[in-house]
Design a protein around this ligand. Structure first.
Ligand code: NAD
Length: 316
């Protein structure tokens, strides 16, 4: 598969979908955007507003279509569905959003057979697995945004702690995009130095209490934001745009993304995040990360949480 992502569909043009469109337009990342939403008036309103960005950006054609008329797209970003209400976990949304996906797939995948599908709707790991089942597409072609955002939050908090640019911080959050996610402290680095090593070099302590505070902030971030403003949408819009750029690049970039496990860490079937190489050919390859004993056990627990939810999802 070799692709340019000229034509991108956004399915569900609520806060996340419209922000993603806005971010893509400002980055000049695509030539055509197709918006679709059950709420046609909302999609039309977003199209009008977004079109008024175009005099300030690279040319982009924006259209609104019914979901059954979304076709020949290079990338389909799915953000349709119910969002978390204050206090609700991502897993609380599951059956509501699976029922919505049943109305979207397999028509979407049939009409866009060569498209990459990026699932953003929550709970994203379950929704990615549901979309794979409903579409029959291979996991390199259909995957979820997973813990890309949690990973960004982890990097940002380490960057604040040591007062170094986030560009110098490498670290991944793996597992469920949700309460059971795992912050991989054993591999977190500032430049070439492990975080604990950098603490010694910089003289800035990184005590267990600091790690716990960062862990809590990453894990609680969405709850805290939703409590205050109702939804999280800017950072995921930026993340989707960065992914779109990587999906046009012949060189791979590593992201924590939700992709189906096929034997990695001895797991099969579950979708969740580990570092994944993304390039023009899709989410090519998951990379097994050497983990500490505690991190590995936490990853297995995260997989079990997701398996338990999956067992209760119905497709009738
Ligand atoms: P929102 O309520 O603002 O937007 C959802 C949109 O989906 C609405 O416009 C709604 O009309 C539309 N929709 C519902 N059913 C549809 C259907 N059958 N076909 C087409 N459109 C349909 O919610 P939001 O804040 O934009 O969040 C969207 C989803 O993204 C939620 O599930 C949310 O939890 C998730 N989310 C994921 C991440 C992530 O990191 N993966 C981050 C933020 C939000």
């Amino acid at each position: 598969m070799n692709r340019g992502l000229g034509r991108v569909a956004i399915v569900g043009v609520g806060d996340v979908g419209s922000t993603t469109a806005y971010s893509l337009i400002n980055a000049g990342a695509v030539r055509e955007i197709v918006l679709t939403d059950v709420n046609r008036a909302r999609a039309d309103g977003e199209r009008m507003d977004l079109e008024h960005c175009v005099p300030f950006t690279r040319p982009v054609n924006i259209e609104v279509r019914a979901v059954g008329e979304v076709e020949r797209c290079d990338l389909v970003v799915v953000t349709a569905g119910a969002a978390q209400r204050p206090g609700e976990s991502r897993l609380d949304l599951v059956q509501r959003n699976v029922d919505i996906f049943k109305t979207l797939f397999p028509a979407l995948s049939r009409n866009n057979p060569d498209s990459i599908f990026l699932i953003v709707s929550n709970p994203v790991d379950i929704m990615t697995r549901a979309a794979l089942k409903l579409s029959g597409l291979p996991p390199a072609q259909l995957f979820g945004s997973g813990t890309i955002l949690d990973t960004a939050r982890f990097r940002a908090l380490i960057s604040d702690h040591f007062n170094v640019s986030a560009a110098n911080v490498h670290g991944h959050v793996i597992g469920e995009h949700g309460d059971s996610e795992v912050l991989v402290w054993s591999r977190a680095r500032v430049g070439p130095f492990y975080a604990d090593e950098y603490s010694g070099i910089s003289g800035i302590p990184l005590a267990d209490a600091d790690k716990e505070r960062i862990d809590r902030s990453v894990r609680r971030a969405a709850y805290e934001i939703i409590e205050r403003k109702g939804s999280t949408h800017f950072a995921i819009g930026s993340a989707c745009t960065r992914l779109v750029q990587s999906l046009q690049d012949p060189k791979g970039s590593l992201y924590s993304l939700s992709r189906r496990f096929e034997g990695i860490y001895g797991l099969d079937g579950v979708c969740m995040s580990i570092p994944t190489l993304v390039s023009r050919s899709g989410a090519d390859r998951q990379i097994e990360l050497a983990l500490s004993g505690g991190e590995r056990a936490a990853l297995m627990e995260s997989a079990e949480v997701l398996e338990e939810v999956w067992r209760n999802v119905t497709f009738d």
